[in-house]
Design a protein around this ligand. Structure first.
Ligand SMILES: [Zn+2]
Length: 223
């Protein structure tokens, strides 16, 4: 099934289809009087016919149902997509002043994951935290297989077990990817995920520390 051909036949305007490889916008449609301009992720070229049909329907009608079908398919694709070749390993910085993230991750990998995870890790820096509610300890990028830990944690105010806990949490995201429910909503910290999180030896201590830390944040000058 050729998406462009069908669109060309069904719509009475010129169809301009650009195939992209961006992760964030997998489909965008611009409709004017004389043309239909579509930017589409390359993953849809090899998708099953029912997904292609949804793409065509969405391009013509922009209906919610097709969008949901496209979105669900794209999420599934990105779950297994490998973009690690795009990762500039030289730019990663895992050795901090107080903590060596790579060492921490290797150790956790052995203890909790049977050495099965093959991930990269780095400190990340953000210039300012104006709204503390949005403070991010760490994140995981699944297509880069990269764990990022906030460089503000590279500080002796933070216990070693707490850094381990943050890294462990992000590693769990690598092990147990998010799920998309029937409404297209992302389920990230599922009950199963939370159960796994509790297997960390210093889980309680870490939770307590996190609470204390969030209360004392002024002390750290992060408000
Ligand atoms: Zn999380």
């Amino acid at each position: 099934m050729n998406i462009k051909e069908i669109l060309q036949q069904t719509s009475n305007v010129d169809v301009i289809l650009k195939i992209r490889d961006y992760k964030s916008t997998f489909i965008s449609v611009l409709k004017t009087r004389s043309k239909l301009q579509i930017s589409l992720h390359k993953l849809f070229l090899d998708s099953p016919d029912d997904v292609k049909k949804a793409v065509i329907s969405y391009c013509l009608k922009r209906d919610k149902k097709s969008h949901l079908q496209i979105k669900t398919y794209a999420y599934k694709y990105f779950e297994t997509a490998d973009y690690t070749h795009r990762l500039d390993v030289k730019k990663l910085k895992s050795k901090g002043i107080c903590f060596d993230l790579k060492h921490i991750m290797e150790n956790l990998n052995l203890i909790y994951f049977k050495d099965s995870l093959n991930l990269s890790i780095t400190w990340f820096e953000k210039p300012k935290y104006t709204k503390f509610r949005h403070f991010t300890f760490g994140s995981f990028d699944k297509s880069l297989k990269l764990v990022r830990i906030n460089a503000l944690l590279d500080n002796s105010n933070f216990p070693f077990y707490f850094i381990n806990y943050i890294v462990y949490h992000e590693m769990l995201h690598a092990m147990y990817p998010e799920k998309i429910d029937e409404n297209g909503k992302r389920k990230i910290h599922t009950p199963f995920f939370k159960k796994k999180e509790k297997e960390f030896a210093y889980y309680r201590d870490s939770q307590e520390f996190e609470k204390k830390f969030l209360k004392k944040r002024k002390f750290y000058g992060w408000t």
